[in-house]
Design a protein around this ligand. Structure first.
Ligand code: GLV
Ligand code: MG
Length: 302
């Protein structure tokens, strides 16, 4: 499983950012051909992205390209040009505004053909699906099961808020007037359930007030608490915060390893399924919870 605590958005139309992104500590970098690229710059951006993939040094991170959504005229060329030119340097294609499972199946078929035509290993390129409108959310279970290439479901709050007519312009924050609870709870949980039921990662979307690190931290903590694996970052200053928030704390990691050790001893040596660890009773379900935290902690190098 690839680590995706921080997923850095880089506009494909900006060669300077494409260069700079290679030195940043984001777990994933996605090179964007969609909404951060103006219509007049789409073709140039494809060339920039293919060149950056071919000549850049992307070692140690997951690299994705976000193509345009399937209601546009650009999608098929985005996929064909970039994957033919640089498919061996690419981990995933991100498909935005996915509204039904057929769109993921379309991308899967196209990738299969390109892999055959170019000699890339079959199934090499994964898919990330953005859920960012009401139709996508309603169809999220079918979308999540649409292809073995799928690796993540990604929440797209900006498009989503527009799609449901949420009464606010500030992406990621609670809409004014919504004074109790979390206006995003249902959406996040819905995406998380579909992801987990299909062994996919669940990734939270962007926080557009890039100078407001406190706000970013608060929003990220919420989805991390639910179980999300990571979040988009739009600016280098958000990267370290995301990496920290979507990793377990050192104390939780140490606690998880202690549970695993104690439980292993209890079941194999003492032949007991429930034992005390300090003041806490642990059993098989505790082991499963500890395994989740320990796996994330090991991946984060704790
Ligand atoms: C991201 O694509 C969003 O719409 O929030
Ligand atoms: Mg979007």
């Amino acid at each position: 499983m690839r680590s995706r605590r921080s997923c850095l958005a880089v506009p494909g139309s900006n060669p300077r950012f494409l260069e700079k992104a290679q030195g940043l500590p984001a777990d994933e970098v996605f090179l964007d051909l969609e909404d951060s690229v103006a219509p007049q710059a789409k073709e140039e951006a494809r060339k920039n992205v293919a060149a950056a993939l071919r000549t850049g040094d992307w070692t140690g991170r997951t690299v994705a390209v976000r193509v345009n959504d399937l209601s546009t005229m650009w999608t098929y060329r985005d996929v064909i040009e970039v994957v033919e030119a640089a498919g061996d340097a690419l981990d995933c294609v991100m498909l935005p505004k996915v509204s039904d499972a057929g769109q993921v199946a379309w991308l899967d078929t196209l990738l299969t053909q390109i892999e055959k035509a170019t000699g890339l290993p079959a199934g090499r390129i994964g898919i990330e699906a953005q859920i960012e409108d009401a139709r996508g959310l309603v169809a999220v279970d079918a979308i999540a099961a649409a292809s073995p290439r799928l690796e993540t479901l990604v929440f797209g709050p900006a498009d989503f808020m527009a799609s449901i007519n949420m009464k606010t312009l500030v992406v990621g924050q609670q809409p004014p007037g919504y004074t109790e609870g979390d206006a995003y709870h249902y959406v996040l949980m819905r995406i998380l359930m579909a992801a987990r039921a299909n062994d996919l990662q669940a990734i939270d979307g962007p926080y557009l007030q890039i100078k407001d690190l406190d706000g970013f931290t608060k929003v990220a903590r919420r989805s991390a608490a639910l179980g999300f694996d990571g979040k988009w970052v739009l600016h280098p200053t958000q990267i370290d915060t995301a990496n920290e928030i979507y990793s377990p704390s050192q104390a939780d990691y140490d606690h998880a390893e202690a549970i695993l050790e104690a439980y292993d001893h209890a079941t194999t040596v003492e032949r007991r399924g429930a034992v005390m660890l300090g003041t806490e009773m642990i059993d098989e379900a505790s082991r499963k919870m500890a395994e989740v935290i320990a796996t994330k902690g090991r991946a984060a190098g704790l």
